[in-house]
Structure formats: structure tokens, C-alpha cells
Design a protein around this ligand. Structure first.
Ligand code: ADP
Length: 620
């Protein structure tokens, strides 16, 4: 505190007082702080050299002026407050405010203002000591900035004492480890150290105590949930103002994603190396950059032999153009899928493979090469060959079977023909009615048998492609009429009526075969209409076709069976002991189609069926 003495003093102490005054004046003059005195009305009465330096006004310029000279307009109220305090005899201490220099600069100051009393104890003025605190503020600001940086850093920043007690814990630390600042500060750093890594901390602290920094130390720490956190840590000593090491600051970067990516890479590499499929990668220029174990096995080149070589190493010369095509596709970012080709192994043998080639992209998405997965097709081909062999074998067996049926039917046919002939002769010799009846029945059964054998013979002929036709012009109306007559003679139960406008209609074809079809349709019409006795036959000609229809009023055919009935050995009710073998309609279809016609059925179960066939009038 500086006081200005303004009163007369006793003579014996005068010299002492004078001395003291001189000393004080010297102090004021040499003080680094601005020392200014003013009256209670604010008129400047003294102005020391430090004030001259701080505010830029000389003593002569300042003394006699109002203190408002250095008070910024927005701070005038402060001055009123300070004067108020002074007038009450109070001191204002370390009051932080702003003052203005001659050149307009604002100066942060800490002021201490004290009242000045006269010898009667009356307050006559005030002394002001002002200290420039720019530096102090700067330091404070710097600290604030640093604190803000620490708080907002993405890196974990932790400080601790040399004993390992956590003293600060930033936001990133909270995020990485899951402990809040409140939970962490004051705890030992072992909070986040896995037990098996505690010795690391001893090492780090010993380094720090010796003033050494620990740089980019990769380790694992443990989060609140027990999760492993991979970190790259830099630990530096914290030094106090006196240069003494008082703790350590730790900056750590979470490298978990990097580690995981590396692990994934390692895993992928492991998968590639153990894959049964050949996996090869190459640059866009075709230089081999990876070669897995399956590739070694497939092509016979070891990894060392293959790496760095051009992929043409395994491409047969006549297939080199394929590579140009593949690389072309891959360069455009396209994948080449299941490309079947042949590659050449080290010993020269050809390997049939199915290739899938995909572009390899770098981190920026640029195509830098191609990965190739090749699957050995040898087995696949062997399987196909085996299938083809089996197929041939079965076909040969099937042909043999048809041949046998053909042969057997042929052998059966000869004795049957003789039997029928002798039965005919016998019929002429016998006159007794009872015996004639037996003979008639026998003949009927033998004819049936003969028909079956004929059908079987026809089938084997068709299968062997040996069924012959003798085409010639014939009257279809006549053939239909003859067939109706024949059936009517043998069958007394059903009435067959013919409906047609035509008397005669000539078509070209094998009349015996067409007759066989009509007989078959009529036989079926009778066979499958046990409860009704009327059968209608139609003949019509239109649009270059002649159409024959046979209608019964029998059991009918379900819609989903209407086409199946024309296939070989197909019978709708297989279990029912039926009279046929399921060959009649199949043979009919073969015959009609060989005549360039069509055959089909229309039916409603329970109401009967109509079978139609058409033949072209002009048969080519
Ligand atoms: P099948 O010798 O058994 O008569 P088809 O090839 O002539 O052989 O006929 C095949 C099957 O079609 C027959 O088993 C029968 O189930 C059915 N079918 C043929 N014609 C008729 C018809 N007019 N009415 C009902 N079903 C028929």
C-alpha cells in the first residue's frame, strides 16, 4: 500500500520523515506498477513513470486531467463505485478491470485503490496502483484453450500422479472406457489395466520418473464392460513450474478398429490359404500376387514359383486371348462368373476348371487387380461321362427288351395264325350247335390273344423305327363302314350308328392301319360303356381335313387324363383287371401322327367320351 504524506510533521522527526518520503518517492518512481493519485473529484494529482509507460500519457499530460482520461466510457460507473468506496474510507483491492491507453488500446489491469487522508484525517483523494495483467490473462487463456483441446480431443488423454492415481480424464477416455470422469479421477490407473498387463504400468512409470517419454506403445486396456480396447499409447512426464516431475500424461489412440481389420485380414488370408478352391490374385497386368495351397495342388507350382510370374504361366497358348477378355471385364469393374475353361499344370496336363474372376478394389474404390477362384471340373466331367455311359447302357438294354418283345411276339404270331386257321376248318366240320358255340368262344379268345400279340409286335416295330406304311388312296367312308360291320358281327349288345353327309371320300394312307385305329376306337367305346348300348360314328370333311368321331355314352374320362391315355401302357384304372394292355391308343396316335393327322378325346366322366381323329385330304 502506498500512501502520500501531505501534512507537516514535528521538527525532530522531520529529517526522518523527509528521508522516508524521499525513499517512498523513489519507490514510486521505480515501481513496475502504475501509481496514480487523484482527488476525490477524480482529478489526477500524481502520475509515475510506470503509468507513463502503461498508458502512454506523460506526467505533464496527465496531471490536472480527470481520471476519466484512462477509463473506457463503458466503465465509468465503476469509477463512481470506487470513489464511493474511497469516500467511505474503504479500500478497493485487486479489482480486475480495463483501462484505456492514449493510443486507444484496452489494457486489462488489476487495481488497488486506497483513500488519502489529510492531517486531520479527512479524505482528500485516492491512490491507485494498477498492474497490467495482460500476461496473466494470456496464460489463463492458454490454459483454457488447452483444457478445451483436451476435452474435445478424439484421443484419450489421461493424467496421473507418479503413484498412478488418475488426476484427469477427458471425454474421449469416458467414451473409450465407459467410466465417467467422476468415476475415474482419484482411482488407480489399474482400473483399466488387465491384470496380466499390470507390469507394463511399472515399466511406464519408471520411464516417466526418469523423465523419459514412452512413445506409441501398443497395448490392450480394459473398458468398464470388460471389453478389450486396443490402444497406441504415448506417455509423457508432467513437470511442475520448478521442473520437477509430478506425474504422467497419457495420450492414447483407440486402434481397435484397425486391429479388428487386421485380424479380419488375417482371417481372410487363413480362409484363402485353407480353401479347397484355388484362389489366385493378380494385378491388372496379370502378375500373380497371391497363390493359395489349393492352387499349388491344382497346378503343381509352389507359391514361390508362382508369385511374381505372369498368369500366362498356366494358360495354354491357344487360350491366351481369354485372359485379355477377362482382364478387360475386370478392368471395367465387372465380374466374370463360372467361366469354363482349361488351364495347364506344371507337368503339362490340362485341368478343366470353372473360373470366377472378380475385381480387387483399393480403399478408394480403384480397381487394382483381380481375384480368381477356380474350381476343378475334372470330377464334374467324370460324373457327366459316367452319366452318359449309364444312359447308353440303359438305352442298349431298352433296345434289347424291345427286340425281345418283337421276337417273342413274332414267334407267338405264327402258331396263333395256325390255330385260327384250324379252328376255321373245324368250324366247317362241326354241325352240333353246342360244340359250334364252344368253338366260337375259343376262336374269339384266340383272336383277342392274336390282337394283343399284334399290338406288342407293332410297339416293338415303332420303337425300332421299323413300322412300315403302305400309302395308297382309299375311301375312308368305306373303311369306317367295314369296321362297323365287323364289330357289329362280333358284338350283339351295342348298336353302332353312322352319321355322315359323305358317301365316298378319298384320302391317301395305309388303309389297314387306319382301319386298325377305327377298330380300336370302336372296341374301346364298347369296352368302356358297360351300361349303355349306343355308339355313334361321324365322318365330316372341312378345311382340307377329314374328321372321324366315335362317341359312346360310357364311363367317361377325367379331364386330367385326356392326354395321358395316349401314352404307352397307360390305363386309367390300372388296378382293375382290364382287358387291354394300354397300347391301343398309343398305337393309334402313332399311326395317325405318321399320317400327319391328329387324334384326341373329349369327355365328361359319367356321360361318355368322343374320340376324334383327323387326316389331311392331301397327304404328302
Ligand atoms: P386299353 O387296352 O387299356 O384299352 P388303350 O390305349 O386303348 O388301352 O386305352 C387306354 C386307357 O384309356 C384305357 O385303359 C381306358 O382307361 C381309357 N379309355 C380308352 N378309351 C376309353 C373310352 N372310350 N371311355 C373311357 N375310357 C377309355
Amino acid at each position: 500500500m502506498i500512501e502520500t504524506f501531505a501534512g507537516a510533521l514535528a521538527p525532530d522527526v522531520l529529517s526522518l520523515a523527509e528521508e522516508k518520503q524521499a525513499m517512498l518517492a523513489a519507490i514510486v518512481a521505480s515501481s513496475g506498477d502504475s501509481i496514480i493519485s487523484k482527488t476525490t473529484r477524480g482529478t489526477i494529482t500524481t502520475w509515475n513513470p510506470a503509468a507513463e509507460r502503461m498508458f502512454g500519457y506523460t506526467e505533464a499530460e496527465a496531471v490536472g486531467r480527470s481520471i476519466m482520461l484512462i477509463v473506457p466510457p463503458d466503465r465509468e460507473a465503476e469509477e463512481t463505485y470506487i470513489i464511493g468506496q474511497i469516500l467511505q474510507g474503504k479500500k478497493v483491492e485487486h479489482f480486475d478491470t480495463l483501462r484505456r491507453a492514449k493510443d486507444g488500446r484496452t489494457i486489462p489491469v488489476s487495481v488497488t485503490v486506497s483513500p488519502i487522508f489529510n492531517k486531520d484525517g479527512v479524505i482528500v483523494g485516492a491512490s491507485t496502483i494498477a498492474r497490467d495483467v495482460s500476461d496473466r490473462l494470456l496464460a489463463g487463456e492458454k490454459k483454457a484453450i488447452l483444457a478445451a483441446i483436451v476435452a474435445s480431443s478424439d484421443d484419450v488423454i489421461i493424467s496421473k500422479t507418479l503413484q498412478g492415481i488418475i488426476t484427469s480424464w477427458n471425454k474421449a477416455a469416458e467414451k473409450t472406457f465407459g467410466y465417467t470422469e467422476a468415476e475415474a479421477v482419484g482411482k488407480h490407473i489399474s482400473l483399466i489395466i488387465p491384470p496380466d498387463r499390470l507390469s507394463e504400468e511399472d515399466f511406464i512409470l519408471s520411464q516417466i520418473s526418469n523423465g523419459r517419454k514412452v512413445d506409441h506403445f501398443e497395448t490392450i486396456r480394459r473398458g468398464k464392460n470388460g471389453q478389450d480396447v486396443y490402444l497406441s499409447v504415448t506417455v509423457s512426464p508432467v513437470v511442475d513450474e520448478g521442473g520437477k516431475i509430478i506425474g504422467a500424461s497419457k495420450v492414447a489412440r483407440d486402434i481397435t478398429p484397425i486391429k479388428q481389420a487386421a485380424e479380419k485380414k488375417g482371417l481372410l488370408a487363413a480362409i484363402a490359404s485353407t480353401s479347397d478352391d484355388t484362389i489366385v490374385s493378380k494385378t491388372l497386368e496379370g502378375i500373380i500376387t497371391s497363390w493359395n495351397r489349393a492352387a499349388e495342388k491344382m497346378f503343381g507350382y509352389s507359391q514361390q514359383e508362382a508369385l511374381g510370374r505372369h498368369i500366362s504361366l498356366i494358360i495354354p497358348p491357344e487360350r491366351l486371348e481369354e485372359e485379355t477378355y477377362i482382364i478387360g471385364e475386370v478392368s471395367k469393374g465387372r465380374k466374370v462368373d463360372h467361366f469354363q475353361t482349361v488351364r495347364m499344370a506344371k507337368d503339362g496336363h490340362m485341368v478343366p476348371i470353372s473360373l470366377t474372376v472378380s475385381p480387387i478394389l483399393d480403399e478408394n474404390g480403384k480397381i487394382i487387380g483381380a481375384s480368381k477362384i477356380a474350381r476343378d471340373l475334372s470330377d464334374h466331367l467324370a460324373l457327366q461321362e459316367e452319366k452318359a455311359r449309364l444312359y447308353d447302357e440303359i438305352k442298349a438294354l431298352n433296345d434289347k427288351k424291345d427286340e425281345f418283345i418283337g421276337l417273342a411276339s413274332h414267334e407267338l404270331k405264327t402258331p396263333l395264325t395256325s390255330i385260327l386257321a384250324y379252328l376255321q376248318i373245324l368250324n366247317n366240320d362241326i354241325s352240333e350247335e353246342r360244340r359250334k358255340e364252344f368253338l366260337r368262344r375259343t376262336t374269339q379268345q384266340v383272336k383277342k390273344l392274336n390282337n394283343l400279340v399284334s399290338d406288342l409286335l407293332d410297339i416293338s416295330k415303332i420303337e425300332a423305327g421299323k413300322m412300315k406304311f403302305d400309302p395308297a388312296p382309299f375311301d375312308i367312308c368305306q373303311v369306317v363302314r367295314d369296321a362297323i360291320d365287323l364289330i357289329t358281327q362280333a358284338n350283339t349288345t351295342h348298336t353302332i350308328r353312322l352319321y355322315t353327309d359323305l358317301k365316298k371320300f378319298i384320302v391317301t394312307g395305309d388303309s389297314q392301319r387306319i382301319d386298325q385305329v377305327i377298330l380300336n376306337l370302336l372296341t374301346n367305346a364298347i369296352r368302356y360303356s358297360p351300361g349303355s348300348f349306343e355308339i355313334d360314328v361321324y365322318i365330316s370333311a372341312e378345311n382340307g381335313l377329314v374328321k372321324v368321331g366315335v362317341r359312346d355314352r360310357g364311363i367317361g374320362i377325367p379331364e386330367d387324363k385326356l392326354t395321358q391315355i395316349f401314352s404307352r401302357f397307360y390305363r386309367i384304372n390300372e388296378n382293375k383287371s382290364s382287358l387291354g394292355l394300354g397300347l391301343g391308343l398309343y398305337l393309334s396316335r402313332q399311326i395317325i401322327e405318321r399320317h400327319h393327322g391328329h387324334i384326341w378325346a373329349e369327355s365328361k366322366p359319367g356321360e361318355g367320351s368322343v374320340f376324334y381323329f383327323t387326316l389331311p385330304i392331301v397327304n404328302s
